[in-house]
Design a protein around this ligand. Structure first.
Ligand SMILES: N[C@@H](CCC(=O)N[C@@H](CS)C(=O)NCC(=O)O)C(=O)O
Length: 223
């Protein structure tokens, strides 16, 4: 039997994207926790799987796949219902629109979170978090509000893999809360995502991460 293993830990947003996708597809897998506090991501056996020392990593029948966006789309292409194109359409143009929002997550949203995370988790960097890094998050919220101007989800009337990846990141940014009067569409989109049957694996890890960030910011933000 083909064995799927996901390496990661719950607070990590890209790991949560994979957990939601696996749940949406109803695929069985083994979840192996990588303990960063013990430096497990830097051990030779993990580096052998991913030289970038990041999670998530997926092992499918002993083949390795790195990067949440690639993992999620791979899982849908391989294990998704071939008659249901909702999560990742096969039409080239529709897929390009979904890919664009995946790259938006990878290239714009997630780096704004990372710019702050490095001051919390990297002991060699200053603890202080400058105001401009927090304000940069508003730019991401502005983009999302525009994307959602005419649609209920990021690329149309249905949630796709792009919504899954973006919501994992956005809910991790909640230490810099969305003003619902300024961002009504984005606020409604998050609530809509939270109602979906595959959303549950995001909840606990996002809360854990936001608690860590909020406590750090209380102590170190330069406001
Ligand atoms: N683009 C990657 C980002 C993965 C990533 O940066 N993961 C973080 C945890 S959220 C990590 O493993 N960092 C450890 C490191 O960079 O050493 C993805 O989407 O999978």
């Amino acid at each position: 039997m083909v064995k799927i293993v996901l390496y990661g830990f719950d607070p990590s947003p890209p790991v949560r994207s994979c957990l939601m996708t696996l749940k949406a597809l109803n695929v069985e897998f083994e979840y192996k926790i990588v303990n960063f506090q013990l430096g497990e991501h830097m051990k030779p056996e993990f580096l052998e799987k991913n030289i970038l020392h990041t999670v998530p990593v997926l092992e499918d029948d002993r083949k390795i796949i790195v990067d949440s966006h690639v993992i999620c789309t791979y899982l849908i292409k391989k294990y998704g219902n071939k008659n249901d194109q909702t999560l990742y359409p096969s039409d080239f143009y529709e897929r390009a629109i979904v890919d664009q929002k995946l790259y938006f997550d990878a290239g714009i949203l997630a780096p704004k979170l990372r710019a702050i995370a490095i001051h919390i988790f990297n002991p060699f960097l200053p603890n202080e978090i400058s105001q401009d890094k927090l304000e940069a998050i508003n730019e991401a919220y502005d983009f999302l509000e525009k994307f959602l101007e005419t649609n209920e989800y990021l690329t149309g009337k249905n949630a796709t893999v792009a919504d899954i990846c973006c919501v994992a990141t956005v809910t991790s940014l909640a230490f810099h809360p969305l003003d619902s009067s300024k961002y009504p569409k984005t606020t409604a989109w998050i609530k809509r995502m939270q109602q979906l049957p595959f959303y549950a694996p995001n909840e606990k890890g996002a809360n854990e991460l936001v608690t860590i960030f909020s406590a750090h910011l209380k102590q170190y933000s330069q406001v």
